[in-house]
Structures are given as C-alpha cells and as structure tokens.
Write a protein of this length. Structure first.
Length: 378
C-alpha cells in the first residue's frame, strides 16, 4: 500500500493535489488527506491582533485592538478525529500557509493539544500562548487543570502531591516538581513533586500537569503545541512561543509543569523564544500570601508567591538549564508550595540540524530539549 502523504488543496472549481510532504508528521496518521484553500493569516489584514484557537470545537475567534470580535477572514481546514496512541485526541488546524505577524497573539483555548499544519510555509513573528490570564488554574491547549478537591494530587501524569498541613509539591514533566515545605510545628512533611513522564520525541503530544492542591488552587499545566510545515518553518527574532505552566495559588499550592512544543519542517529556522517553563509555587498562609508567577517565555524562572504572616514563599519554577522546580525550606507555620518542573521541546527537520540562534527554555543543553530528523515518506 502506498503510504505517501499527499495533501490536496481545493480550488474554487477544481481539485489540485499538492504540495506533497516529503516527511511524515509525528502524531498524525501515516496516510491522511487534508484540504485547505486559504492562508491562515493572523495580524494586519487577517485575524487579530488577538486570536483564539479553540481546541475543543475547532473555532478560530478574532478580536480587534479594542477587544471586539469579528468574523474570521479565512477558512481553516479543521480535523478533530485524530486520536493518538495514548487515546489523547488532537485538534488540527490546516492552512495553505500560516503566518502570525509581529504584534499579534494567538491563544490556545480548550482541553486538547493543538496542531497547526501549513501545506507550504509557516512564519511566526508574533506570540503563541496557552496561558489564560483570567483563570490561571484552568489548563488550556491540552494542559491539565487543578483538581476539584483538597488536599489532592494534581491532574495529569506528573501531578504534584499534596498533604494536609504542609506545602504541596510542584508538578513534573521532563523536570521534577519541587517539594513543598515542611511544617516543623506539627510536624508535617511537605509533599513531593509528581513523577516525570513523556518521551523526547513528544510522541504522543501531551500537555503539562497541575501542581498539588493543598487548599485554594494549584497551578495548571502548560499547553501542548505542534507546528508542522511542508516547506520552511521560520520563527523570527521577535516571536515568542510560551507553553509554560501556571503559578500555584497562595496557601502553599504547587506550580504547574511546563507543557510541550514540537516543531517539524523540511527546513527550520528559530531566532525567537520558545519556552515550556514551570510555574512558581504558591506562598504559604492566607493572610498576605501570594500566588506564584506563571512560567515565562524566556530564561527567567517564575518566582514563587510571597509568604504571608507565618508562612514561607513558594518555590521558583524551572527555567533555562535548571529543569527542576525549586523545593521549599521548612518553617514553623504554613510552608509554601514547590515550583513546577520543565516541559519538553523537540525540533525535527530534514537534516536534523535546524538553524538555532534563538532562546530555548528548557535550554538546548538539557535532556528536556532535543533535535532530530523528520521521518521520510517511503
């Protein structure tokens, strides 16, 4: 049986097949037939400067600079039927080409990981994020949300642990979540970070896990994003892709682990920033305690939340060459929660040697970021 991956582009009155992918994208079926007529343009003249991709429904929502919504100016091909080997479903958005202009932010919303496929070329000059500034405890783009009960282990394969009376653990993915602080008064030992999971090649594609919930809310895990271009995939110096975990809430909750970014193209150039950092742990004690910061889009670790009266600060999230979330020191009182561990970054190209001049976090020197070759079509 011919396993060649053919992508057909539909014209107004005819069907033209092409271009052919020279490689087989990860996490997609060995044979598939995606149809796309339009370029997905985000920014000036297209959808934006803010846009949302709903990974549950496949909706593409466009917003102007004043926050008002308007009709999407292109037709994206949507595929919601692809289920990965671990039963996690994907939402796939396909365009003839895909461009995200400078000054534009594309936000992932929903429970599924997102896959963006360009039948030709893809250029990212703006921002892509799965962090929700309105509800930092809800996972987006495949990231796991905080649990509904307390104390409770965080959701997802690497959810941080939790215990009554001490700090909760940060969530893990590639890096290990930080241990929550001990309360020496009771005494109670703080909870550990969750187990690590996943593979370097990001098959299957999974989001980050949520931190342990000791009370209030824990930090959600970072989202999961796969970018695929048949031709050139270019992430410019102004671009930022942030699949960072979110900060744990005050009262000693754990930070979420970073998510996943998988990039595949015939030729890949990265001059911008790509990050899957962990979120900061929440500070201890409700009076004056603070939430941990969300995972950043650069090499700066997300700070743990401030400790309130009788409480200690939360642990910092992972960043750069530090792939584990920070643990929290013991205190007689209410300890803070541990920081979230690093997610994963994978970059595949035809040669296995993409042009990398940008900033990756976790750093390229760590086990959490790797490069490889795309799988050629037979």
């Amino acid at each position: 049986m011919n396993q060649r991956l053919i992508v057909c582009a539909l014209a107004v009155f005819a069907v033209a097949c092409g271009p052919s992918f020279s490689f087989r994208p990860s996490n997609l079926p060995a044979t598939f037939n995606f149809a796309a007529t339009d370029t997905m343009l985000f920014g000036s003249g297209g959808c934006g400067p803010r846009a949302e991709l709903d990974t549950d429904t496949g909706a593409v929502r466009c917003f102007d600079s004043g926050g008002g919504g308007f009709a999407t100016p292109f037709n994206a091909a949507i595929t919601s039927t692809i289920v990965q080997s671990d039963t996690t479903p994907l939402m796939v958005f396909v365009g003839r080409d895909i461009t995200i202009n400078l000054g534009t932010e594309v936000q992932l919303r929903g429970n599924r990981p997102a896959v963006l496929v360009a039948l030709g070329n893809m250029t990212i000059a703006g921002r892509i994020t799965a962090q929700n500034s309105i509800s930092k405890y809800a996972g987006e783009g495949g990231g796991f949300s905080d649990p509904t009960s307390e104390p409770s282990q965080g959701n997802g394969p690497g959810g941080g642990l939790a215990v009554t009376g001490a700090g909760a653990g940060g969530a893990s993915y590639c890096g290990v979540g930080g241990k929550g602080g001990n309360d020496t008064a009771t005494p109670t030992t703080g909870a550990a970070g969750g187990p690590t999971y996943g593979t370097q090649d990001l098959i299957p594609l999974r989001g980050g896990s949520s931190g342990g919930k000791q009370g209030n809310h824990s930090g959600a895990g970072g989202g999961a994003l796969q970018l695929v271009a048949s031709g050139t995939l270019n992430i410019t110096a102004d671009a930022a892709i942030n699949m960072g975990g979110l900060g744990g809430g005050w009262f000693g909750n754990g930070g979420g682990s970073g998510g996943a970014v998988l990039i595949e193209g015939d030729t890949v150039t990265i001059a911008g920033k790509i990050a899957a950092n962990g979120g900061g742990g929440g500070g201890g004690a409700p009076p004056g305690g603070g939430d941990g910061d969300n995972g950043t889009a650069d090499l700066t670790a997300a700070a743990g939340g401030a400790g309130g009266a009788g409480g200690s600060p939360g642990g910092a999230g992972s960043a750069g060459a530090t792939i584990d979330g920070a643990a929290v020191a013991s205190i007689s009182g209410q300890p803070g929660g541990g920081g979230g561990g690093a997610g994963r970054i994978r970059i595949n190209s035809r040669t296995g040697a993409p042009t990398l001049t940008g900033q990756l976090s976790p750093a390229a020197s760590t086990v959490c970021t790797s490069t490889g070759m795309v799988t050629p079509n037979p």
